[in-house]
Design a protein around this ligand. Sequence first.
Ligand code: NAD
Ligand code: MG
Length: 396
Amino acid sequence: MSGLQQICVLGATGSIGLSTLDVIARHPQHYQVFALTGFRRLAELQALCLRYRPRYAVVPDAGAARELQGVLRSAGLPTDVLVGEAGLCEVAAHPEVDAVMAAIVGAAGLKPTLAAVAAGKKILLANKEALVMSGALFMQAVRRSGAVLLPIDSEHNAIFQCLPSDYARGLGAVGVRRILLTASGGPFRETPLAELEQVTPEQACAHPNWSMGRKISVDSASMMNKGLELIEACWLFDATPAQIEVVIHPQSVIHSLVDYVDGSVLAQLGNPDMRTPISHALAWPARIDSGVAPLDLFRIARLDFSAPDEVRFPCLRLARQAAEAGGTAPALLNAANEVAVAAFLERRIRFPEIAVIIDAVLTTESAQAVDDLDTVLAADACARAAAGVWLSRHGR
Ligand code: NAD
Ligand code: MG
């Protein structure tokens, strides 16, 4: 590694953003925070700005910008505060930025992440929804700009580590038979099916192994997270859905595996702590200390595996169908899921209704071929409107 790398952290106040800053703070000789962005937790963003002294901060509106700018100026900081999606895109594509951590949750991260891609940055991709929505366009843009795309999702980071460096020649060409995508099964892996009607947002967000933001926690509980990850893996590794098998592995120690034609199966293991994939991607191809404790296999003692149950987890089936349908189907799936998860978190629907809403939207809205970003954004808007119609028709 040479020189001081300038890092833009999109979604700095979130779970991934904070883990990223924790890793950066361990290596001040290698990384400097160039920009930090936040959306709701602006007191936290202010504290992060005072600590990391970025060149830019981005907030959602002009009022918040004035307030933060005032505080940072009186503290003598050089930080300029920018506003909204335009501000996010500006810092993501800024000529002085070396790497962008894309850690905004959901579709809100799409344009800023694509701005970083178009500018040919090194992209540390946590925001899987952006790739799920716009897969073909996203990957074309990566190839066109020469951006370096490194997966942060622990499973995809594991797969990346288990693949040879020339995997872009094609999985078949490098001898891969299939990818084994591991899933913990979340907090409801063994909950009696009838009880799923009554589970609360607090129970859904209490993941057994990982501490994460609320949206991805609910996605993990419904296994839509694994469905989104299946689609993400297809784009990242140029795989078909049939080449990817989901494996329930409740301990979350193996983060995914690659099965080769000679019978070799390579896995990446580690404690469930996102600072490992974040450090891997930040320093790649070098290795740096992440602060994660060494894996203690004697304490873990056993690793379990089973096949996923698509009756319990219909979201996984819906995502696989969307992956196979292609076009705008994954964007429709993603948007319907975002609306349904928000409604569940607001206690307007029951947990099993998340899948019911997505199924209804995918049945009423037909998928189109993706020509450009407007097609993707139109599909996203259609699915949100259709999910809204479902909610109002059912009195929620
Ligand atoms: P989080 O909810 O903790 O943080 C989300 C961040 O996005 C916050 O900084 C928030 O301010 C920002 N944000 C939210 N809405 C926004 C909007 N409309 N405009 C601009 N910024 C907005 O979420 P997280 O758990 O850190 O997850 C972030 C992303 O990383 C998600 O796409 C998630 O799927 C992915 N991911 C997370 C984990 C994990 O362990 N947390 C693991 C793998 C992948
Ligand atoms: Mg993951």
